[in-house]
Design a protein around this ligand. Sequence first.
Ligand code: GDP
Ligand code: MN
Length: 399
Amino acid sequence: MQLNRRAIRLVALIGSLVVFVVIILTISNQAASQANQQEKSGPIRVKLHGSSPPSPNPLLQEVGEPNGILTHVDDTDRPRANATLLSLVRNSELRGIVGTMRDVERTFNSKFNYPWTFFNDEPFTEEFKRRTQAMTKAPCRYELIPKEHWQMPPWINKDIVEVSGDILVEDNIMYAKQQSYHRMCRWNSGMFYKHPALKDVRWYWRIEPNTRYYCKIDYDVFRYMEDNDKTYGYVINIYDAPQSIRTLWPTAMEFVAQHPEYVNPNNAMRWLTDNEKRPNHNVIANGYSTCHFWSNFEIGDMDFFRSDAYDKYFEYLDQAGGFFYERWGDAPVHSIGLGLFLDKSKIHWFKDIGYLHMPYYNCPASKKCSGCHAGRFTDAGYLNPENCIDNFFKYVHAD
Ligand code: GDP
Ligand code: MN
């Protein structure tokens, strides 16, 4: 009896061990096949359209100055544009901005002498002012951001910020709970052009610390924009993390439903809503491809941002709270506004401007460039699928 009971227990133990091992094997198998599935439908997949071969990389052909009316440095009879180099920067980023200023002055501004305007939510230190002014013979202005432009607006519910921040963390969204990052994105989305120091300024070139510029620019880029009827210039087009902007597109669509009159008949809607190249992004972002102008570089007309269409769109987004409840970036916010309200022929790709903001380049093949590999988008090959500029060519312009 005793022996029998022991034998039964032993068999039961072995039995449950076998069941346990089988369960573990099944689960891990499922996980592996899910991961596999994800990989297949996920970011790495690049779908070609129809039977057309992939278009050659325009950066690999010799890139010259853009077509159109150009003002070179010796065209002294042509006035400068009403423009500034604009940088939101922290005192702690002094080294980074000095390095970038060295590039921008060498390649462009030592010839054209546009003023620099620096913005900060804290006063700039004397050392910051001294060392940045020493990088240029153009005037530098140092501006404090008014509290009401930087603070979290009063209608934002802090408890919801906390809880939704946890969701962003689960989704691996960078800066999920860094409140200063959320404020920065909001300021760049809808506040910079309202700063009193820019009241009488029309054009800006946004410059970020630690970015690199590789190519000589011998014409006045601001005059180029003005004289050729351009509104917005970019260098890089990339995908965003869709989990950071789940409700941005639906909120923009609510605004547009209330204000259909603002939508430009020659808009870039198809670029904004592409769901062929990266369908899962479009699904998570609820209808937006997430492809955007990477706004750490931009040359833009503040009259566009100050227009009723853009500014009311920003106010609508701001009320919805997504700058804090999600992590809406100024890049997708600008891009959706531009794609909806602007005539798409007024958007210009500065393919001749060699640029790096880690980890992405715009690097043209040109004698005017040195320091980057022509045509290379990133040093980290696995990031190549983040590039969506081919969608811009496909839907907007194919020059
Ligand atoms: P990322 O490129 O998205 O990783 O963001 P960055 O850290 O480069 O920030 C974007 C820009 O905003 C940079 O020019 C920063 O110097 C600036 N910035 C970010 N946070 C703050 C802040 O709290 N205060 C100030 N003054 N500038 C900020
Ligand atoms: Mn940056």
